[in-house]
Design a protein around this ligand. Structure first.
Ligand SMILES: *Cc1c(COP(=O)(O)O)cnc(C)c1O
Length: 417
């Protein structure tokens, strides 16, 4: 079963055959996967999806699975189909009565990046590429290294040298070639573009494989709708680095609607950034379409893309759906991580802190209706960014090992029989 027709330029609309290409030869616009919609309408049903594996591959017929690819040769560590859980206590704290969390901390390498990597590397294999590679803000490197190790591919990942130690170690552990570059993400990305144009065997998941990579993000949107009982939420709040995930959640809702898998109903999508790297939110708030690149300076390193590739499209989605964008400071991010953990038992990395803090800001500003069904995307695990909680998550009491010391520390009255 193959549903992929080719690639198409998002700007001029020209079509090309599937291959390791990501920009249009004519206008340099980004390429996007084109599907055979008639075929999809015949094969994609709620029943077929439900009968699929409990991973993102249950949506294989809506993903860029290349001709001849078999399920056995997928690059798959089980990414996707993460829990969608109600968040009543966080909701109560923020004045939202129908709040849900999409908990993507529970992916194989604990971030949403496992979705895009599994899809991109499965395509890479089919395209005959032998080395898995990426330009990363941290989570992508870890995910590429893990998926390559788990499928016997060679890998080489490039990161800015100043990443969190946990992300560096959690990448190196997989035995990849890990190249720390003295520069920021945008420098790393430029370098990867140069390497990719030199060597066709290298699949940079977010550079020359970007059309396939980006499609993987749709699966968050598919899952949200399926897990709500085949219904769309009224509002989704998502973090933005390049802006690609946010754009693809909107695309997922459109595809589900067009295929008749959910009833047509309006949805809004809102975007979250850290103030120290908020080129997209800043453009939105100033009412302009042109995104001015910035030099990132924030603890939310996984979102620190100063020149976001999909920023323009993210603005378009948020405008078109009637959503909003906001940005939050580093202290607000740390506070939001604690609030989420203490109200819902979900421990998020800085990107999740950004999302929850922006959710709070939008709720306080009346930009989220208290009764509308709202989903916040929690995209990475808190153990990846422990140092941001330095001094804020410590033992509450330190004692000598006696019962007296314990009681007086906790000021518990002794109970006498
Ligand atoms: C990469 C990343 C995002 C957002 O990615 P986009 O480039 O906007 O698609 C969000 N959260 C985490 C934890 C990430 O690693």
């Amino acid at each position: 079963m193959n549903v992929v027709q080719g690639l198409k330029c998002r700007e001029c609309g020209r079509e090309v055959a599937v291959g390791p290409v990501h920009v249009c030869e004519f206008c340099f616009g980004p390429l996007e996967v084109v599907y055979d919609h008639d075929r999809q309408r015949r094969v994609v049903t709620r029943e077929a999806i439900t009968a699929g594996p409990p991973s993102l591959w249950r949506y294989a017929d809506l993903l860029p699975v290349l001709p001849g690819a078999t399920p056995q040769e997928r690059v798959d560590l089980g990414a996707g189909f993460t829990p969608l859980v109600p968040a009543p206590r966080l909701g109560a704290a923020l004045g939202l009565r129908d709040l849900w969390l999409k908990n993507d901390t529970l992916n194989p390498t604990n971030s949403f990046k496992d979705r895009v990597v599994s899809v991109a590397l499965s395509a890479a294999r089919r395209l005959g590429m032998t080395t898995a590679a990426c330009a990363s803000t941290g989570n992508l490197a870890q995910s590429v290294a893990a998926h390559a190790a788990g499928s016997g591919m060679d890998s080489c990942v490039l990161i800015p040298a100043d990443l969190e130690e946990a992300k560096v170690m959690a990448t190196a552990v997989y035995g990849t070639r890990l190249v720390a570059v003295d520069g920021n993400y945008d420098d790393v990305n430029r370098l990867c573009g140069e390497i990719a144009s030199e060597d066709d065997d290298w699949g940079f998941v977010n550079v020359n494989l970007r059309p396939y990579y980006a499609e993987g993000s749709k699966t968050i949107g598919f899952e949200i709708a399926e897990q709500l009982g085949w219904r769309l939420p009224a509002h989704v709040v998502a973090p933005m680095a390049s802006g690609s995930m946010l754009v693809k959640i909107d695309k997922a809702f459109r595809e589900f609607t067009q295929l008749g898998l959910v009833d047509d109903a309006p949805w809004r999508i809102s975007g979250a950034q850290a103030t120290g790297c908020s080129p997209i939110a800043t453009a939105f708030k100033s009412g302009v379409d042109a995104i001015r690149p910035v030099r990132p300076d924030t603890v939310a390193k996984s979102l620190a893309i100063g020149d976001p590739a999909d920023g323009y499209y993210a603005l378009d989605v948020v405008h078109r759906t009637g959503g909003a964008m906001e940005d939050v400071s580093d202290p607000e991010i740390a506070e939001a991580i604690l609030l989420l953990a203490r109200t819902e038992g979900v421990f998020a990395e800085t990107a999740g802190g950004v999302t929850v803090a922006v959710l709070a800001k939008l709720a306080a500003a009346g930009k989220i209706d208290p009764d509308e069904r709202t989903v916040a995307v929690i995209s990475g695990h808190g153990l990846k960014t422990l140092p941001v909680l330095q001094g804020r998550a410590t033992p509450t009491h330190t004692i000598v090992p006696t019962l007296d010391a314990f009681h007086s520390a906790l000021a518990i009255q002794e109970v006498h029989a």
